[in-house]
Design a binder for this molecule. Structure first.
Ligand SMILES: Nc1ncnc2c1ncn2[C@@H]1O[C@H](COP(=O)(O)OP(=O)(O)OP(=O)(O)O)[C@@H](O)[C@H]1O
Length: 279
């Protein structure tokens, strides 16, 4: 469990990026931090592994204040995946994946075996192991980034807009893969995005931030959809424009779900009672 208590970050130029945040991130779930540009998502994320230290308040992991831990060692036990992969261009795919293992003095052969296993985990063909990042597609580079984040088998994986730079089809594939990997490995994942659809798709819990680094609302996607806290949240999730409103209409004896433009989006399964599991 990750806890933020009264956390504030003011940069030297006076910009307050995060303003007094109290937040509990449960273990083994995906928590998505979402909000428009500049609302403090990256700042908040980077305070978990001490890439940024708060100006006030504490961030703790399982009750231990990260401020009391050595930042380098802390970073080696927390996975971090960033936009564009952040891969080392002159290192092969396998070397990129195993960098942290080598830093942790895992013997070369063992690191290599683990790296290849991780390529399987993220559905990357092992034949790509000796390529360089520039010889991969954007989606493949992101998979390498995720494999690298998982290399030291961290309990926590921080992901900063990891799928922001790929096209929508590849993005959908990477999102599905992440959910699969999460089901298999059950890591605590903190995921940053500015895309509310991505947040609702991936998040067990979603934290909506607003400019100035404050929390507008947090909860499960269903809770937020059912009861947006205010006009800002309703606007952000598209509830006020009717974007999320679906209706059921009868057509040719079937119950069809349509959007607000009457476009069919699916079929209501008559035999399935409503249940609370959104996946
Ligand atoms: N090193 C810095 N010095 C001064 N201000 C900064 C610094 N880093 C970030 N900021 C400011 O802090 C605020 C929050 O930035 P942050 O990167 O955390 O937001 P974000 O929600 O992740 O934005 P984006 O989605 O655009 O990446 C912004 O106003 C930003 O300009």
């Amino acid at each position: 469990m990750i806890e933020f208590e009264g956390v504030r970050k003011t940069y030297p130029d006076g910009t307050t990026a995060v303003d007094g945040i109290d937040l509990t991130i449960p273990a083994r779930e995906i928590t998505v931090l979402v909000g428009s540009s500049g609302c403090g998502k990256t700042t908040l994320l980077r305070m978990v592994n001490r890439m940024i230290d708060p100006t006030a308040g504490t961030v703790s992991i399982d009750g231990e204040d990260v401020g009391s831990l050595d930042p380098v060692r802390l970073r080696r036990r927390i996975g971090y995946v960033m936009q564009n992969g952040g891969l080392l261009p002159h290192r092969s795919v396998l070397d990129n994946i195993t960098t942290v293992l080598r830093l942790n003095r895992v013997p070369r052969a063992q690191a290599r075996a683990r790296g290849l296993e991780l390529m399987d985990t993220v559905s990357l063909d092992r034949g790509l192991a000796s390529r360089y990042p520039a010889q991969l597609s954007g989606g493949q580079q992101q998979r390498v980034g995720v494999a690298r984040g998982l290399a030291s088998d961290p309990n926590i994986l921080l992901m900063d807009e990891p799928f922001g730079a790929v096209d929508p089809i590849v993005r959908a594939e990477l999102q599905r893969e992440l959910l699969r990997v999460h089901r298999e490995l059950a890591k605590t994942i903190v995921f940053v995005t500015h895309d509310i659809d991505e947040a609702f798709l991936l998040g067990d819990r979603v934290v909506i931030l607003r400019t100035g680094g404050v929390i507008a609302q947090q909860g499960t996607p269903a809770e937020i959809l059912a009861h947006p806290a205010d006009d800002f949240v309703a606007g952000f999730i598209g509830a006020d424009s009717g974007q999320r409103r679906l209706r059921v209409v009868e057509r040719d004896g079937a119950r069809i779900v349509v959007d607000r433009h009457d476009r069919p989006v699916g079929l209501l399964d008559a035999d399935t009672p409503a249940h609370s599991d959104r996946r």
